[in-house]
Unconditional design. Sequence first.
Length: 249
Amino acid sequence: MKSLSWIGCFSLLVASSHLWSAEEAPPAGFVSLFNGRDFSGWKVPEGDGGHWKVIDAVIDYDAESAAKGDKSLWSQREFGDFILRVDWRIKETPYVNPNVPYILPDGTHARDITGKVMRMTLPDSDSGILLRGSGRNQVNIWCWPIGSGEFYGYRNDAKQPPHIRAAVTPRTQADKPVGEWNRYEITCRGDRVTVVLNGKTVIENAQLPGIAATGPIGLQHHGGKRDGKWTGPPSLLQFKNIYIKELPK
């Protein structure tokens, strides 16, 4: 009986390993940017101090990088046109953000009868997927009611025409609750981008004027502490299953 039990357990482990391997294999036509073990293929910020780390096959960040300059994590390779798939989750929201605006469908902020921007106080964490080497090209990850997926740097740029700012504003809120895994599929072709979050298109063929033709992929740092307390929404995030498919010109 012991022998049979051992054989049964071994078979179960083998079957499980096959299931895990199949689940983690890149989709057809995609290649993996993260091997689940270490930061091969990535540039850890100089002086980071181990705050970007790999835990249980996920990239884990505690938002406390000790790097003096850019604290975000960047791919070593640069990419032009591509489809990027990334699974992400917000671990927790210890910071209460008193300045969350009420964002209208055209990307502007709602105002009260005196003309003052309406703001909400909400638990919040903040990060993003950075495209082609610039923080301006950030696909937001946060807890705002408008939902993740917007391009904050373009929506808040008053120099951009109204149709540009409206197009980079999420069409719907598709985030799962804090603590649960979400999936982005981001298609970047030329200066146009489409963002699908958990199967719902939140940004469709939006234009990003001035975006570079190529550049690395980044996972954004956000937030900081003063006297042991968060001074802004921190990027308490995890990432996994990072796959990219390069598109022909």
